[in-house]
Design a protein around this ligand. Structure first.
Ligand SMILES: NC(=O)c1ccc[n+]([C@@H]2O[C@H](COP(=O)([O-])OP(=O)(O)OC[C@H]3O[C@@H](n4cnc5c(N)ncnc54)[C@H](OP(=O)(O)O)[C@@H]3O)[C@@H](O)[C@H]2O)c1
Length: 303
């Protein structure tokens, strides 16, 4: 197997690319606006990163010379599609651009992958559900309330109709296991250090999943040559408030963790509130054990 991680400069894609390279696979990854540091070396010894802009480029023109031909017929190639405008409010506030990137150009990429004989693994989200009552299974009816969720669902529907031999991964909240500004534990860590309160949406549930588990899950789904929709999310679920409290406790710190109604946060777009997912189908297919949040906290603290 070979892999192209589209959006390998992002939080999840970067971890997937490192994991695949560490698992001795031939893998390259794309960046668009920022080449990641540190660089990662591919099998050839060259940088594993290539520049690719989903809005402007054809993937084929950006791949290393001979990449397609060298794969031959025996080597299955996967494209892990992580590239997206991934923030809920940003999608709503820049509706035209987000729709172009997350739907139109992603669909163009899927057509191109089909032509090249490359199997897609598309990252979708728990935001395809209305968030009224979790946990959601793959059989639950999607009914997104925000623009981001609607865009993800539109691509899912396209894939199911036009390229059904693909993998769609729905996940909920992916959690950092080392300090990375802007990610959940890191934000909470910063708040604790600055002696600021942590406010959480009232009633917000989540299946927090370690970023390392997401990388592992992608590899397993591909190694097993599975297709279809899989909920890849930790079997433990929490309210956001209880997770924040557990984290503060693990830091052996004191902090004010409180809930507020969703209106308090002045979000631009609506939010699905109960977004925890049932990952029974994925676990049955792969046998993967998810890292507990206690283990993730320990990694975060000890790094
Ligand atoms: N993180 C989560 O908790 C979570 C939860 C559910 C679903 N997801 C989904 O999982 C996927 C990965 O999430 P993430 O957190 O890793 O997102 P992220 O950190 O925001 O990364 C987004 C990636 O998209 C790339 N990108 C943006 N515009 C592009 C363009 N015009 N052309 C090519 N690439 C472009 C970025 O590249 P540059 O930075 O180089 O421009 C970056 O590599 C997304 O589809 C997201 O919706 C994430």
């Amino acid at each position: 197997m070979r892999f192209i991680v589209i959006g390998a400069s992002g939080f999840v894609g970067n971890r997937i690319l490192s994991h695949l390279l560490a698992s001795d696979y031939d893998a390259i990854g794309t960046y668009s606006s920022r080449k990641p540091e540190p660089d990662l070396k591919g099998k050839s010894g060259n940088s594993a990163f290539i520049e690719y802009n989903l809005l402007e480029d054809k993937l084929k023109d950006c791949l290393p010379k001979g990449f397609i031909a060298n794969g031959g017929r025996n080597e299955k190639t996967y494209a892990i599609i992580c590239a997206a405008m991934s923030r809920i409010d940003e999608c709503f506030l820049n509706k035209e651009l987000s729709y172009k990137l997350n739907v139109e150009r992603t669909i163009n990429l899927l057509y191109e992958l089909k032509e090249l004989g490359i199997k897609p693994v598309f990252f979708s989200s728990s935001q395809v559900f209305d968030g009224k009552k979790g946990p959601y299974t793959e059989k639950s009816k999607p009914a997104p309330v925000c623009e981001y969720g609607k865009q993800k669902l539109e691509v899912e529907r396209f894939i199911q109709k036009e390229v059904p031999d693909s993998i769609i991964i729905r996940t909920d909240k992916v959690i950092d296991d080392h300090y990375m500004k802007g990610q959940t534990l890191s934000d909470w860590y910063d708040a604790v250090k600055a002696k600021k309160a942590i406010y959480c949406i009232e009633g917000k549930t989540m299946s927090p999943t370690a970023v390392a588990d997401m990388a592992n899950a992608v590899r397993l789904l591909c190694e097993k040559n599975l297709s279809g929709i899989y909920h890849v999310a930790n079997t433990e679920f929490f309210t956001r408030e209880s997770l924040a409290k557990e984290f503060v406790k693990a830091l052996e710190a004191e902090a004010d963790v409180a809930t507020r109604p969703v209106e308090f946060f002045n979000f631009a777009d609506k939010r699905s509130i109960e977004t925890h997912l049932d990952s029974g189908k994925f676990i049955k297919a792969t046998g993967m054990r998810f890292t507990t949040m206690r283990e993730v906290f320990n990694r975060f603290i000890n790094k």
